[in-house]
Design a binder for this molecule. Structure first.
Ligand code: UTP
Length: 475
């Protein structure tokens, strides 16, 4: 920085917000590194950061249970009566039409660190399919390609990465020739980051000229869609609806006419799929109506007595869990960004490697700081209208979060096989089963063969007889 007064102003700002440590090693930096550091500091909104520091870093802000709390209304998986059946049919037709007109885009959030899985590289590159070991990205790409064929259109795909995995993701797509998709239909962009704090509220340095940062959470997608130009691209293409999902769920039904159609028919701004939780304490956010607004309350924030509360028929009052599948209207993302929206922050205490006061790098072994993240479902209460559609776990939700155990590689693969087996059985194919009821075979259905159970029925003649121990790949 050449202008001395500008530099002094910056020092004043840092002093005001207690962050002068950011310049602690200034005199050790040459001009290029000084500029680099200044550019990063210049990106920070100190007023906002200081609010978050006070509210979420220094304290774990206590969760305030809304005064008026009720279960959220939802559309059941199957229509309840003839009137509702008519609405579902109408929604399906509308959804079909909107998808065929290219008004629905696929959008996967893939900027996370994937620490629990412990896989080296972007999670989307994790090999998961049970026979061919296809990566998650490949499964989604083939699904999008198959939907484009089915609906006689080019369904665009938007992928959010973060600085942690952006270049690697670009390289993977390039090395795999975009998995057969047209490169112009794939838009890969980065989410924002937020600085990391020490437990006493100081912004940490990753190097003497670099702020320690991490991705700003999947909630950051709503801003990144806008800032990256993805939204402008959507508008140019005539996209009106965004089909949002997480990179670790290979069972996603990206283009679901019923879901799109209900969202559009009801004039919703952001809609969600939900499933009935396995029990009161399953680690899924709870769909609630909080002071009249659809809201997801995290499992850790819902008091036990409410989580366990039952209806007269024995079902849980708060029975619906969030599975991070949404339809988001492009107009809603526009509205949020044009009105300076701010999502609440969530704090995570983590091990954050950093530069100590002596300018030495510390590889942290114990939690020492706070990362802040926003969550996409916190945008739901900002909607004028929000629809929830119940779905069936075995059809649509198999998250690969962990290497082993619950929600792991193993459970996901098994669920992929189970769903394929169920689809084949619905087409009248005999599936050998073991004594515990699980399929006694490994089956993989490529999206090119079937995107839904109904597609399998159409392909019935191409399916061979299956014997115990067989490995079957249908494409
Ligand atoms: P998770 O909460 O499972 O986090 O993200 P993660 O980072 O993938 O994994 P862990 O917690 O470190 O083990 C749910 C989804 O949100 C995306 C992830 O890529 C995943 O698809 N995500 C999360 C982002 O895109 N950006 C973020 O900042 C955080």
């Amino acid at each position: 920085m050449t202008d001395q007064s500008e530099f002094q102003n910056l020092q004043k700002v840092l002093k005001k917000y207690g962050q002068t440590r950011l310049l602690a090693f200034w005199d050790r930096l040459g001009p290029v590194r000084q500029e680099r550091l200044l550019a990063q500091i210049g990106q920070l909104d100190f007023i906002q950061l200081d609010r978050w520091r006070a509210e979420f870093v220094m304290n774990a802000a206590p969760f305030k249970l809304p005064v008026k709390l009720a279960p959220a209304p939802f559309y059941a998986h199957q229509p309840g009566d003839a009137g509702q059946r008519g609405k579902y049919d109408q929604a399906r037709q509308l959804g079909d039409k909107l998808i065929s007109q290219g008004k629905v885009a696929a959008f996967v959030v893939a900027g996370g660190q994937g620490t629990r899985l412990g896989f080296d590289g972007p999670k989307g590159n994790f090999p998961i399919s049970p026979v061919k070991n296809k990566a998650l990205f490949q499964i989604f790409a083939e699904g999008i390609s198959a939907a484009s064929k089915k609906y006689h259109t080019s369904c665009p795909w938007y992928i959010m990465t973060s600085p942690l995995n952006h270049q690697q993701t670009l390289d993977i797509f390039s090395a795999n020739n975009y998995y057969g998709l047209n490169k112009k239909d794939v838009f890969i962009f980065q989410q924002g980051t937020l600085p990391n704090f020490s437990l006493d509220g100081k912004i940490l340095l990753a190097d003497i000229d670099a702020i320690a940062t991490s991705p700003d959470g999947h909630g950051g997608s709503l801003r990144a869609l806008y800032n990256s130009g993805a939204m402008a691209d959507m508008k140019k293409r005539g996209v009106e609806f965004i089909s949002y999902w997480q990179v670790d769920n290979p069972l996603i039904n990206i283009f679901d006419p019923l879901f799109v159609g209900l969202h559009a028919l009801d004039g919703a701004e952001m809609s969600s799929k939900a499933l009935v939780k396995t029990g009161p304490f399953e680690k899924l956010g709870n769909f609630c109506l909080a002071d009249g607004k659809v809201t997801v309350i995290e499992y850790s924030d819902l008091p036990d007595e409410l989580a366990e509360k039952k209806n007269p028929d024995g079902s849980l009052v708060f029975e619906l869990g969030s599975i991070a599948i949404h339809i988001i209207s492009v107009d809603f993302v526009d509205r949020l960004n044009n009105h300076g929206f701010v999502l609440p922050m969530h704090r995570a205490v983590k091990k954050i490697s950093h530069i100590n006061d002596k300018g030495q790098r510390v590889e942290q072994k114990e939690p020492n700081g706070v990362k802040l993240e926003s969550f996409v479902f916190d945008a739901l209460p900002l909607c004028k209208k929000s629809v929830i559609l119940q779905t069936i776990r075995s059809e649509e939700f198999a998250p690969t979060k962990n290497a082993t155990g619950v929600d792991s590689v193993e459970t996901t693969r098994q669920m992929m096989i189970d769903r394929s087996a169920a689809w084949l059985e619905s087409a009248g194919v005999k599936i050998p089963r073991k004594s515990d009821g699980l399929p006694d075979c490994v089956i993989e259905i490529a999206p090119s063969f079937a995107l839904t159970k109904e597609d399998v029925i159409k392909e019935r003649d191409k399916i061979p007889a299956i014997k115990p121990g067989d490995k079957i790949y249908l494409a």
